[in-house]
Design a binder for this molecule. Structure first.
Ligand SMILES: C[S@@+](CC[C@H](N)C(=O)[O-])C[C@H]1O[C@@H](n2cnc3c(N)ncnc32)[C@H](O)[C@@H]1O
Ligand SMILES: Nc1nc2[nH]cc(C(=O)O)c2c(=O)[nH]1
Ligand code: SF4
Ligand SMILES: [Mg+2]
Length: 214
């Protein structure tokens, strides 16, 4: 059984695949925060910008098995795509609490490439085509290789220097959106300054927020 908060067709907004048409599957639940505002300050991840509680979002629900969820997601992809490989991004919440080899295989069977956005604290199943790891504060990182490491910046307890030796093709800093914290500060300027100082790190903007799409 899989629990999905929401699923939607949009453009990948972040990282190296920014701008690519994608079916997003947002799983319910996370191991670093309950999703309740009252718990935010005592959690391992405190700046989350996402509602991943329940199954009540658009195209959300509970799905009995991999083929039921894969059919549901594949139906969100538009039809005429002769020259493009369909792309599915699994996120959450923490997708690796639910994404398994059966679901990855079911997406491959339907012609999709499979991408994952993870906090890096859960072991990865086989078959993922694009892996984005986004380390969080003091949490213990178990995934130390992948395609892109996308660090939300700044996190005093997770400085970029701690991750720069890991086995990734791309290293991104993404300015922390302070809106969920109703905080003040210019994370954009700080992030740009770091990328200029240390060119290993590239700037990732949350472009979906800029253009106003999901
Ligand atoms: C909501 S998370 C879900 C996937 C997974 N749990 C993770 O943390 O990578 C999706 C992406 O949004 C990023 N993110 C979450 N809150 C953010 C914020 N306030 N500002 C910028 N990026 C944020 C995460 O770091 C992650 O790269
Ligand atoms: N458009 C869009 N791109 C995204 N890239 C990562 C997202 C996420 O929440 O995991 C996200 C999201 O929520 N929307
Ligand atoms: S690990 Fe990801 S989903 Fe979980 S609270 Fe942090 S940003 Fe949100
Ligand atoms: Mg998001």
């Amino acid at each position: 059984m899989y629990s999905v908060k929401e699923a939607f067709y949009t453009l990948q907004g972040e990282g190296a695949r920014t701008g690519r048409a994608s079916v997003f599957c947002r799983f319910t639940g996370c191991n670093l925060w309950s999703g309740r505002e009252a718990d935010r300050g005592n959690s391992l991840c405190r700046f989350c910008d996402t509602d991943f509680v329940g199954t009540d979002g658009q195209n959300g629900g509970r799905f009995r098995d991999a083929s039921a969820l894969a059919d549901h997601l594949a139906a969100l992809w538009p039809h005429a795509t002769d020259r493009v490989v369909p792309y599915a991004v699994f996120t959450g919440g923490e997708p690796l609490l639910q994404l398994d080899e059966a679901l990855i295989q079911a997406m491959h069977d339907r012609g999709f490439e499979v991408a994952v956005e993870t906090n890096g604290t859960v072991a990865i199943p086989a078959g993922i085509d694009w892996l984005c790891v986004s380390p969080k504060g003091a949490s213990r990182l178990v995934v130390e290789s992948g395609d892109e490491l996308k660090l939300v910046y700044p996190q005093p307890d997770a400085p970029p220097e701690r991750f720069s030796h890991l086995d990734f093709r791309y290293f991104y800093l993404q300015p922390m959106d302070l809106a969920p914290l109703s905080g003040a500060g210019d994370t954009m300027a700080e992030t740009v300054a770091y990328c200029l100082r240390v060119p290993q790190w590239q700037l990732s903007l949350q472009t979906h927020k800029i253009v106003g799409i999901d």
